[in-house]
Design a protein around this ligand. Structure first.
Ligand SMILES: *[C@@H]1O[C@H](CO)[C@@H](O)[C@H](O)[C@H]1NC(C)=O
Ligand SMILES: *[C@@H]1O[C@H](CO)[C@@H](O)[C@H](O)[C@H]1NC(C)=O
Ligand SMILES: *[C@@H]1O[C@H](CO)[C@@H](O)[C@H](O)[C@H]1NC(C)=O
Ligand SMILES: *[C@@H]1O[C@H](CO)[C@@H](O)[C@H](O)[C@H]1NC(C)=O
Ligand SMILES: *[C@@H]1O[C@H](CO)[C@@H](O)[C@H](O)[C@H]1NC(C)=O
Length: 458
């Protein structure tokens, strides 16, 4: 829903048309679970099911999960994957993963299978798993990085020994109805398709082997399926105006009494917050955030401050604040769309990479924390924020007028952040041109005098 509110605000549509369009658009969009993100049009998580060898009653398969999304990742407590067997298959054993439940294996004597469920759910092993249960690319506690941020960790695998499945390509059937949870809802998986057999390079890289049969399943993300309310909002300020535009109130919920278990549970700043956060945490679903009480109630706020203007450059300070007491965001990331991003000169304490889904979209970039420095966005509290400054070169379209200096769109961890309405953006003061120019002039003089000071000092 917020996506279209956003577009309504940004577009030049008049206020009467907007609600009508909204209703139309929401009717179209939400009737389908199809997810389409213009900034990552091919983004998906692909599951490859490769049969490597036949056994006396089935086969050995390596299942690989590949995150082909540029900026969406899966954080702890990690992914869960499920499917439905086509026949009465069982899993004799697993490496690099395990099923959540064993199910009813009572009809087996002697060797007892790892899992007898008709629709098993698999989770990753923890990084501490013993060596005899591991395999290549496994055991990341379900964490799957995004393609841009950490491509080496955007892949994970486990191995299965399947029984009662048929032992040739004529008798086996592909598993179906795949489910991917991250660990909540959001992903929808398509049907299982036959693919060209996957190829594998031996460790010495001197030989290539291939799977006997390969099946692929592709899963796509929809923010609407993941959560019905937004989880992030944007606030704005600038050096040329005293106005600080806060996040729209009730963006992510409205404040309720602390005892209520719904969204809207929040913790005041003067309460002994950790104790109450933990007390609330005990009463509600483990993924529901417990946020610091604010007017917007969002777990995440991104603040964009237009900080300074130089002759050829201008500078922005971006601050991401975590209001969620129940979440340390590891490997957090931002995707920001602003017309000046094709002229970003420097991002001072975040990593940066442009996102160019099509030739004509070159105004978008991804920002994320520097490893061991600020790649953890700590839970709400005094350390619950990360920030950096961005230096842009002024291009031909540069102006401080009409809110040009503010971003068009921001995603936090792949979910869109709600922007304030454009008519509330900080405005240039009325005697704008003269004052800004004089401001700039002053800065130039300051720099000059500093330089003079520097050079004249013995
Ligand atoms: C999934 O992503 C891969 C890599 O970008 C792409 O080749 C493939 O076509 C995508 N699958 C779907 C169904 O979009
Ligand atoms: C099974 O293998 C045969 C011979 O390699 C091949 O022609 C056929 O297409 C395969 N069938 C399936 C369903 O993969
Ligand atoms: C976040 O990390 C800190 C430091 O590692 C830890 O003390 C705290 O319990 C973590 N909070 C959550 C909600 O996991
Ligand atoms: C970005 O796209 C615009 C519009 O298509 C184009 O005019 C401009 O040259 C592009 N800039 C770069 C750096 O590619
Ligand atoms: C700027 O001018 C408009 C009318 O031209 C006026 O309504 C507004 O109050 C003025 N703003 C400031 C900050 O002086």
């Amino acid at each position: 829903m917020e996506l279209f509110i956003l577009q309504c605000n940004i577009g030049s549509l008049n206020k009467l048309m907007c609600p009508i369009l909204l209703v139309l658009l929401s009717a179209i969009t939400f009737s389908s679970t199809e997810a389409f993100d213009a900034l990552d049009p091919n983004g998906n998580i692909t599951i490859k099911w490769d049969i490597m060898s036949w056994t006396s009653d089935g086969y050995i398969a390596v299942v690989t999960i590949l995150n082909y999304q540029k900026y969406r990742h899966i954080e702890a407590p990690g992914w869960k994957m499920g499917w439905k067997w086509a026949k009465s298959e069982i899993i004799w054993s697993m490496l690099g993963g395990q099923t959540v439940e064993q199910g009813d294996c009572s009809k087996f004597k002697g060797d007892i299978p790892h899992c007898c469920e008709k629709d098993p759910t698999v989770v990753d092993l923890l990084p501490t798993a013993p060596f005899n249960q591991r395999m290549a690319n496994c055991c990341k506690g379900g964490v799957l990085s995004s393609g841009i941020q950490d491509p080496a960790n955007a892949i994970t695998s486990f191995q299965l020994a399947v029984g009662q499945s048929g032992t040739s390509n004529k008798t086996v059937r592909s598993p179906k109805n795949f489910i991917l949870k991250a660990p909540g809802a959001g992903y929808t998986c398509g049907s299982t398709i036959f693919a060209k057999p996957s190829k594998f390079r031996t460790p010495d890289k001197r030989r290539v082997t291939q799977a006997l049969i390969s099946w692929h399943v592709s899963c796509t993300y929809s923010q609407f399926l993941a959560q019905k309310t937004p989880t992030c909002c944007v606030s704005l300020s600038s050096f040329y105006s005293d106005t600080i535009v806060n996040c729209p109130s009730c963006t992510c919920g409205c404040q309720n009494k602390i005892t209520q278990r719904s969204a809207g549970t929040c913790v005041g700043s003067n309460s002994p917050y950790l104790a109450s956060a933990l007390a609330i945490a005990g009463k509600i679903n483990s993924y529901t955030p417990v946020v610091h009480c604010t007017s917007h109630m969002c777990p995440i706020r991104v603040h964009w401050h237009v900080k300074q203007s130089y002759k050829e450059y201008w500078r922005v300070k971006v601050t991401v604040t975590n209001f969620n007491y129940r979440m340390n965001y590891t490997q957090w990331n931002l995707v920001v769309q602003h017309p000046n991003f094709n002229n970003l000169m420097e991002s001072f304490s975040f990593n940066y990479k442009p996102i160019i889904p099509y030739k004509w979209i070159n105004d978008t970039g991804m920002l994320w924390g520097i490893k061991y420095y600020n790649d953890w966005l700590m839970q709400a509290g005094p350390d619950g924020f990360v920030q950096s400054e961005l230096l842009f070169r002024k291009d031909k379209s540069f102006t401080f007028e009409k809110g040009w200096a503010f971003p068009h769109r921001i995603y936090f961890n792949g979910d869109i952040c709600v922007m304030p309405p454009p008519d509330e953006y900080p405005q240039l003061p009325n005697e704008s041109n003269s004052r800004i120019t004089s401001l700039l002039h002053h800065q130039k003089i300051l720099v000059l005098s500093l330089l003079l000071l520097f050079f004249t000092n013995p």
